[in-house]
Write a protein that binds this ligand. Structure first.
Ligand code: ME8
Length: 666
């Protein structure tokens, strides 16, 4: 029996679900549903073939602080957010087999067990994989990550995290460390392996990125925190808590019953190693470096594949919990359109490994064309004609070859198997469009008029069969719509299966009912006006060096300034001519800017988690020209670009039109 185990990241409880987390979770859900349907059609029990895990990351300093700021007990705070996630995921049809919370009791046991297995492992010199040492260094709470001098920028004598623009905290305490460098050779060998023709880190660009990181040299990883109380106590050293990332990663094993169950392959443990950890590209290093090394250390197998999806942006800014300008609430959209059109949209519109820009206009466009005009129309026309020309019962037709449908089925499967929902849905739509054309060409109404009953039944039965296949093939993306289409076809019992052979199996059709009711353009405009936050155009425009909001300690706000002070600031429009990642600093981009002078300027900016080099090319940004140059990672940065950011996101400030480089901004 085949086994498919898919996971999403477990999300921090510092905010509610948004379109970005919805996207990641819906992709995993659709893949789980696809594999369940395939397993069912092979005669397997889908519960034994597929396991889908998602959940929440509840420990750590970030959550501890938010709860404290709200005057709440951390557990009560987490419970409140968890209830909201469950409510949203139920509503949007997330068919998880378990919703894990890192505050679950069995998770604590799994983390302790994994820790002890790792601690018992020693290298050739007898050094344990987990050992005590003093940590004397910097830490960014927003990142929940240790920082070195190479990772930070210095402004006004303060060391700042380049992503969050908040001061890093200095920590000097006893910690436990993981001997990560021991596993570098094994990691490099693992990256070179292939599973079903694919390397374990996908897409390949991410594989290259992580390989270069490991080749650059690994440092021991701080594995515990002395000062953080909201976490799992280190076994045998109670006041210390397990580093939140180690706690979080272990969830993938807890979900199957813990380290012993996965080692023995007992119960759900048989699903290990995970087929796919689906993660955002921001989580690459944790999953593709730390996690496999931890698993080897504990004597367990690494996952088969880590797949990094891209980010959804609004006007080039990463959609994020804390950036009001990018707020897109899946619940609000679902209230108006239903859940499935939004699920369909995110799966069909964006190639999984790349970034994509979200617009309501594109959502309405696909709703009208793909769902209304293509699928909805085929359903409506077919069912209406069956009722009008034949009657509600349409008899079964003998199975036969339909080459085009078989090819479409193959392409759909290949795409789902290859983690490409957009291509899978595109392939399925070829069937829908082919049968809309067939109706136009075969003209059932003429066949009826000419009393060609056998031909009429055959054409309409074929149309019903195309709809049955389409419903089954779109079900991973749109489970509710698929159910409704099958109901109207009188084929409810096919729900949860996958097409195998062509030939209408017979059914009594119900009266047609629109599955994707049309939304008139005036209503679309009204909704967009209601949904786009009023502050969207202005929210991003703050100086990147200004204090960021969020859980970490902010830089002290400056005293009031006069207009004379302000005029000392030389702000200019600048066009990005070139952009590249700064080597060994995966959060920094080196930008070459046209600032309207003969020589371009170079700026190093901590925007890499939110913007790839490609998305920066040709953009007009706001440039602070008279900031004293400083060296960042060996590169002289001549000024800075303006952006907004806090614990999780950085958005670029922009002009609302392209102005010539060098134009003064006041
Ligand atoms: O990092 N577009 O949690 P997190 C697409 N707890 N996906 C997005 C997105 C966007 N704009 N914004 C967020 C954490 N995501 C850790 C993970 S796992 C052991 C621990 C998705 O709440 C994307 O999958 O910050 C990203 O990797 C994840 O949310 C980060 O969620």
């Amino acid at each position: 029996m085949s086994r498919f185990y898919i996971t999403t990241p477990i999300y921090y409880v510092n905010a509610l679900p948004h379109l970005g987390t919805f996207y990641a979770t819906v992709v995993a859900d659709a893949l789980a549903r696809y594999h369940r349907a395939r397993a069912t059609s092979r005669g397997e029990d889908p519960k034994k073939s597929v396991f889908f895990l998602t959940g929440l990351d509840e420990h750590g300093q970030k959550v501890e602080r938010i709860a404290r700021e709200k005057g709440m007990d951390p557990q009560a705070y987490c419970d409140g957010i968890a209830a909201k996630f469950v409510e949203t995921w139920d509503r949007v049809g997330i068919s998880r087999d378990r919703f894990i919370r890192t505050t679950d009791t069995d998770h604590t046991a799994a983390v302790i067990d994994l820790w002890q297995r790792m601690q018992a492992n020693r290298d050739a010199d007898g050094k344990p994989d987990i050992y005590e040492a003093e940590y004397d260094g910097m830490y960014c709470v927003g990142c929940e990550e240790a920082k070195t001098d190479d990772d930070v920028i210095v402004e006004g004598g303060q060391k700042l995290c380049p992503i969050h623009r908040t001061p890093v905290e200095h920590i000097k305490e006893k910690n436990y460390f993981f001997n990560l460098p021991r596993y570098a050779p094994q990691l490099l060998r693992w990256y070179a392996e292939e599973n079903d023709g694919r390397s374990p880190v996908q897409p390949n660009s991410r594989l290259n990125e992580v390989r270069e990181f490991v080749k650059g040299g690994l440092r021991p990883l701080s594995f515990s925190r002395a000062a953080v109380k909201w976490g799992i106590p280190v076994p045998g050293d109670g006041p210390q808590t397990v580093y939140v990332w180690i706690d979080a990663l272990t969830n993938y094993v807890t979900g199957l019953g813990g380290p012993e169950a996965v080692k023995r392959g007992e119960g759900n443990g048989a699903f290990w190693p995970a087929s796919h950890h689906l993660i955002g590209k921001d989580l690459l290093r944790f999953h593709a470096v730390y996690w496999p090394a931890m698993l080897w250390s504990a004597g367990l197998q690494p996952p088969k594949q880590i797949f990094c999806h891209g980010f959804l942006n609004v006007k080039g800014q990463k959609i994020s919990k804390s950036m009001p300008a990018t707020r897109v609430d899946p619940n609000v959209i679902a209230d108006e359109l239903g859940v499935d059109p939004l699920r369909y949209f995110v799966l069909r519109e964006y190639a999984l490994g790349g970034d994509g820009d979200f617009t309501y206009e594109a959502l309405f466009q696909r709703h009208e064309s793909d769902l209304g005009n293509d699928l909805g129309n085929l359903l409506n026309r077919t069912i209406s004609m069956v009722h009008k020309f034949i009657g509600p019962a349409l008899t079964a037709q003998p199975p036969r070859q339909n080459l085009e449908a078989s090819q479409i089925l193959d392409s759909t499967q290949t795409a789902w198997d290859g983690f490409s929902p957009a291509n899978a849905l595109e392939a399925t739509w070829r069937l829908v469009r082919a049968y809309n054309r067939k109706i136009d060409e075969d003209k059932p109404w003429v066949l009826k008029k000419n009393n060609q009953t056998a031909a009429l039944v055959e054409v309409l039965a074929d149309c019903c069969e195309s709809l049955r296949w389409a419903a089954l093939m779109v079900a991973p993306a749109m489970p509710q719509a698929a159910r409704e289409i099958l109901r109207q076809l009188g084929r409810e019992k096919d729900e949860g299966t996958w097409p195998t052979s062509w030939g209408w199996p017979g059914g009594t059709l119900t009266q047609p009912k629109p599955v994707f009711p049309r939304i008139e353009p005036e209503r679309q405009a009204e909704l967009i006006a209601k949904w786009v936050p009023a502050d969207a155009s202005t929210a991003a425009a703050t100086l990147a060096s200004a204090p960021a909001s969020g859980p970490a300690t902010p830089v002290s706000p400056p005293a009031d300034i006069t207009i004379d002070d302000f005029t000392k600031i030389d702000l200019r429009a600048a066009k990005v001519l070139a952009a590249e990642v700064v080597p060994k600093a995966d959060k920094l981009l080196k930008l070459t800017l046209d600032v309207g002078e003969p020589e371009p300027r170079t700026v190093v900016s901590g925007i890499a988690p939110a913007y790839t080099p490609e998305t920066m090319l040709g953009r007009t940004v706001i440039y602070l020209a008279n900031l004293a140059p400083r060296k960042i990672r060996g590169v002289i940065s001549q000024g800075m670009i303006l952006a907004a950011g806090d614990a999780d996101v950085l958005g670029l400030s922009a002009l609302d039109r392209d102005l010539p480089p060098g134009t003064r901004i006041r």
